[in-house]
Design a protein around this ligand. Sequence first.
Ligand code: AMP
Length: 210
Amino acid sequence: MNIVILLGAPGSGKGTVAGKLAADNANLKHVSSGDLLRGAVAKGTEAGQQAKAFMEAGKLVPDELIATMIKDVVAETTGDVTMLLDGFPRNLAQAKILDDMGAPVKSAVLIDVPDEIIQDRIAGRRTCPKCKAGYHVKNLPPKVDGICDVCGAALTIRKDDNPETVKDRLVVYHQQTEPLIAYYKDKGILKAVNGMTGISTVAAEFLKVM
Ligand code: AMP
C-alpha cells in the first residue's frame, strides 16, 4: 500500500478526480476525509456529533478526531493499493501525524485552480447523498436534472457549500492548508496539475505525475 495526497482548495476537483481515477483503476482507492466525517454525522456517532458544528461553520474539526478515522482506514488498507487521500492532511500538525504513523506517502499532487473560479464551481456543486457521486449543474450535469446517474437518488447541496461558508473555507485553506505545499516540496515529493482543463484531462495528468 502507498499513499498519494491530493492538495487543492475546496472546489478544486479533488473528490471528482479521485473518484474518477478510483472508478477506472482497480488498484486505486479514494479516501475522502470529508466523506468519512459526513458519514459519521449522518450516523450520529460520537465523532459525528463532535464534528458537526465545525463543519457547518466551515472550520476544521479537531486534528485527533479526523486523524483517528484516517489511522483506521490506513490500517485496514493492505496489498497492491494506492490510496488517493483527499482532504487529509489539512494542516501541518496533521501532516506530522501522518508521518508519525509511518504512512508510506509517495507524492502530494496539487490541483491548481484560481480562487476566482472556486465560488462558481462550488455554487453549482450537487452531491448524491447515497453513493457520494459528485455533479455540477454546468460542468458535469446529471442525465436527469437533480437525479444521480449512478443510483437514482435525489441530489443534494452540501450544507457548507453556501457562499458565506465557502468564503470561510477558503480563508482556512489559505491559512492552514496551503503551507502543506511547501512542506511536501521540501520533502521533494510535490507535483502539480492544472485544474482548469476539464475532468478527463486533469485525471489523466494526475495519473501521469502521481
Ligand atoms: P471536504 O469534503 O474535504 O471539503 O470537507 C468538508 C469539511 O469537513 C471541512 O470544511 C472540515 O470542516 C471537515 N474536514 C474534512 N477534512 C478535514 C481534516 N483533514 N481536518 C479537519 N477538518 C476536516
